[in-house]
Ligand binder design. Structure first.
Ligand code: CA
Ligand code: CA
Length: 247
């Protein structure tokens, strides 16, 4: 473990108990108000106006997966082929660059937090920020309601690892009480308390995790995680939201 990680853990220890209780209350509230995103919510896009999602990928940092990694049956195997393009309506672009970012770990400095939407998706150490252990989240305020078609997550692709309890929710308010909808949830045993997720776990890779958000309309988006197969800490490199202003 690096010195930086040790310092983060020591300085956050005392606040943890209090925050945990607060977190449980929030989780309970979210559980009451959250509805899974249904395919029926997706707008019917005209066949003629679809284009490939304009997603820029960083350089790959590793190849293959270690044989001794214990990941369980719910993990998608890592493909050795490039991901097929996602089709979205013409005009959909990155709407998260420069968005106001907040997170559940108050010890993360604002200048570090700004790294999650600075466009740098590389696997190098200085591109990754750390949030303390446990279920943590990073949230973006997109400034105004957006029609969100895709979401991409790079926790850390410096080695093959699987992140736990990856959950993406959107809401109409910053406190995630109003009109909370779940876009992705692979917490199959509900250890993060936001409901049982039916999405699969996956290996981190340079391609990031690309999620079809089906045109869901929201101003606020929150990304949860609960450590990985490598560490109890939560790493974030880049979070990208693709959309267009909601009408
Ligand atoms: Ca970044
Ligand atoms: Ca879990």
């Amino acid at each position: 473990m690096t010195n930086k990680m040790k310092m983060t853990r020591n300085s956050t220890g005392r606040a943890l108990a209090l925050s945990f209780r607060f977190g449980l209350t929030l989780a309970a509230l979210s559980l009451l108000s959250s509805q899974p995103l249904r395919a029926a919510d997706a707008p019917a896009a005209g066949a003629g106006d679809s284009v490939q999602l304009p997603i820029k990928l960083p350089a790959p940092a590793f190849k293959g997966t270690p044989k001794d990694l214990q990941v369980g049956p719910n993990v998608e195997p890592l493909s050795d082929k490039p991901r097929p393009p996602m089709m979205v309506p013409a005009g959909v672009k990155t709407v998260s660059t420069g968005s106001k970012v907040s997170c559940s770990d108050k010890n993360v400095a604002a200048e570090n937090l700004a790294k999650v939407n600075d466009g740098d998706k590389e696997a190098s150490d200085q591109s990754i920020i750390f949030l303390r252990k446990g279920t943590q989240w990073v949230q973006m305020d997109l400034g105004s309601p957006q029609e969100i078609f895709a979401v991409a997550i790079w926790h850390a692709h410096n080695m093959a690892k699987v992140y736990r309890d990856v959950i993406v929710q959107v809401a109409d308010d910053a406190d995630f009480i109003e009109n909370v909808r779940t876009v992705f949830n692979n917490d199959s045993d509900n250890t993060s308390g936001l409901g049982v997720g039916t999405d699969r776990e996956y290996f981190e890779s340079y391609e990031g995790k690309l999620i079809n958000a089906k045109g869901v309309k929201a101003r606020y988006i929150r990304f949860y995680s609960k450590g990985s197969t490598e560490s109890a800490l939560n790493e974030y490199t880049e979070l990208e939201v693709f959309g267009r202003p909601a009408k």
